[in-house]
Design a protein around this ligand. Structure first.
Ligand code: LLP
Length: 425
């Protein structure tokens, strides 16, 4: 991942640029995105799945430069709001290359998707069928997928498991709602059902749940053919591919995953005597997570209750993942070389909660002190896209590095920005 190159005397570089120099220029907290790493990850997906449509899941992180990078690497986009869609359109990605998601699409989301002409709208519930058909109008035509839940409990945390029957995404195959929705969509003259979608969950490092999903979705495709005489040409397997947050953590092996998914799809289609549908996949975290590094400055070191706390100038406002999912990171000292003994510490954020903990049970040099810089690798996904302004702390800037140069992509949120929306008295 970006930022893990071995330091020479503490000098850690990303994309040929020293993190300490970036922190000096842009301040901290700072997010650094390695353009070459993002592009390489996009290409790894294209190489592993040359026959598939690869859609980057914009919710992991989105800005105009990123849209351009993934677009140039041949990926489309999974968007889930008028906001994501509008940003991607403004960045120049053709809407035809986008898929619109959402379990509760607002009228504005649907209108944006249909008026811009997104490639696919993913139907997430029975009540959406009529809404989408009405928004498309009698003279329009919209390609749609139906999101189904194959009853699979996969994902790194209960909060990100979305393919069981007891959560609010998709239509269940098990209770027949998926089949019923297929029948209704097929009766809509202005909706063209191109296939089925499922997104199992997030942070999955094992291919097996996907193989089960392939078999269950192909089984449903066979029933659609038997019942309606319709061959669905597309199968969208969603995203969820897990990455390692700390050295030694498991990660999804992409080439092996691609081989096994392809094998399962071909086998399932052969036994159902179905043509093999075009595959769509929607990786978010695996494209951008390992390409990002967060850089913080140490504000305080406190010894209390038998522990050493190292407090940073960011925390749960720019990275709510530890508080939400109990995820732990592997921060490291950058910008100076220390020969001090490693010592166990708890790395905490600046926010007013005991739960603002970024890393526990990690070691840092015993002489870590205020003013030091800490880098948090694998910070590219679901940090800034989920960031808040808690405690009225502005959100950090994003800098892209490539070939030894850096450029600002997103500027820091200022106190003026924060105050501007407060229009009462
Ligand atoms: N497709 C759909 C329909 C999704 O809902 C998601 C993620 C993805 C694709 C991409 O999943 P990925 O490849 O990034 O795992 N905030 C959580 C993750 C939530 C994921 C939501 N949906 C986290 O920080 O772990």
């Amino acid at each position: 991942p970006a930022g893990t190159a071995e330091p020479a005397a503490g000098r850690v570089t990303v994309g040929g640029v020293a993190l300490a120099a970036l922190a000096g220029e842009h301040g901290t907290p700072l997010y650094v995105l390695d353009e070459a790493e993002v592009r390489a990850r996009c290409r790894a997906y294209r190489d592993a799945f040359p026959e598939a449509t690869v859609l980057y899941a914009a919710k992991a992180f989105l800005c105009r430069a990123l849209v351009r990078w993934v677009g140039e690497e041949g990926l489309g986009l999974d968007v889930c709001s008028a906001g994501e869609l509008g940003l991607a359109v403004a960045a120049g990605l053709p809407p035809e290359r986008m898929v619109l998601h959402g379990s509760a699409k607002s009228p504005a989301d649907l209108r944006a998707g249909i008026e811009h002409g997104v490639g696919r709208v993913v139907i997430d519930g029975a009540a959406e069928i009529g809404r989408i058909a009405a928004a498309v109008g009698p003279t329009g035509r919209q390609r749609v997928l139906i999101r189904v839940t194959p009853g699979i409990g996969a994902g790194a945390h209960p909060k990100v498991r979305t393919a069981t029957d007891d959560q609010h995404f998709g239509l269940s195959i098990g209770d027949g709602h998926a089949q019923h929705a297929v029948a209704r969509v097929l009766r809509q003259p202005n909706l063209e059902l191109t296939g089925l979608h499922c997104h199992l969950g997030s942070g999955i490092t094992d291919a097996r749940p996907y193989l089960v999903a392939v078999r269950r979705l192909v089984g449903l495709m066979a029933r659609v053919r038997d019942t309606h005489g319709v061959l669905l040409p597309e199968l969208d397997l969603g995203g969820g591919h897990g990455v390692a947050y700390r050295p030694g953590d498991p990660a999804l092996d992409l080439p092996a995953f691609a081989r096994r998914v392809r094998g399962a799809l071909i086998a399932a289609c052969a036994s159902a005597r179905l043509p093999v549908p075009r595959l769509l996949i929607e990786p978010g975290r695996a494209i951008v997570g390992p390409a990002g590094v967060a850089v913080y400055r140490v504000l305080a070191v406190k010894h209390t209750g038998g522990r050493t706390f190292v407090a940073l100038d960011g925390g749960m406002s720019d990275n709510p993942r530890p508080a939400l999912y109990g995820v732990r990171y592997a921060p490291r000292l950058v910008g100076r070389h220390s020969t001090a003994e490693p010592r166990p510490v708890t790395v905490v954020g600046r926010h007013c909660e005991a739960g603002d903990v970024l890393a526990e049970g990690v070691t840092l040099p015993a002489d870590v002190r205020p003013g030091d810089l800490l880098a948090l690798p694998v910070a590219g996904a679901y940090h800034l896209s989920m960031a808040s302004t808690y405690n009225l702390v502005g959100r950090p800037p994003v800098v892209a590095v490539a070939g030894g140069t850096a450029r600002l992509l997103v500027r820091r949120e200022t106190l003026a920005d924060l105050g501007a929306r407060d229009v009462g008295r």
